[in-house]
Design a protein around this ligand. Sequence first.
Ligand SMILES: [Zn+2]
Ligand SMILES: [Zn+2]
Length: 142
Amino acid sequence: MDMDRSPPGGSLEQLLRQSGSALTPQRRSILAFLEGNLDHPSAAEIFEAVKDQVQASRATVYNTLSSLENLGLLRSLRSADGTLRYDPNVTPHHHLCCTQCGRLEDVPLDSVTLLHQGRPVQGSVRLEARCSRCKGEAACPS
Ligand SMILES: [Zn+2]
Ligand SMILES: [Zn+2]
């Protein structure tokens, strides 16, 4: 099985169907919210976004998120404050963690080369710096 090595070929919903899993209304609205979402929302933010669309308790949303993660459709990562955040982009990439607002920003894999004992290695790193939004805003007040 080299399926998971190929880049995602369709929407999250299609990928879920391909995995043979049931597309419940909860899953559908969570996937729709996360599709193309680059903000790495926390579980609480996802719950706020979908709770009006589906009858889902907080626990259901959280459980759905972890089952989607287990299916490989999402990945979770921790931001600087320890909040668990979800990323629909499961292809390897690095993250820049904003030291000002805590936002996580995607950093393309090939923009950072990791070297270990002089050899390039695979892996993702979390960089800490001000994100592109905060950099822009910080220029104004001073
Ligand atoms: Zn920021
Ligand atoms: Zn990301």
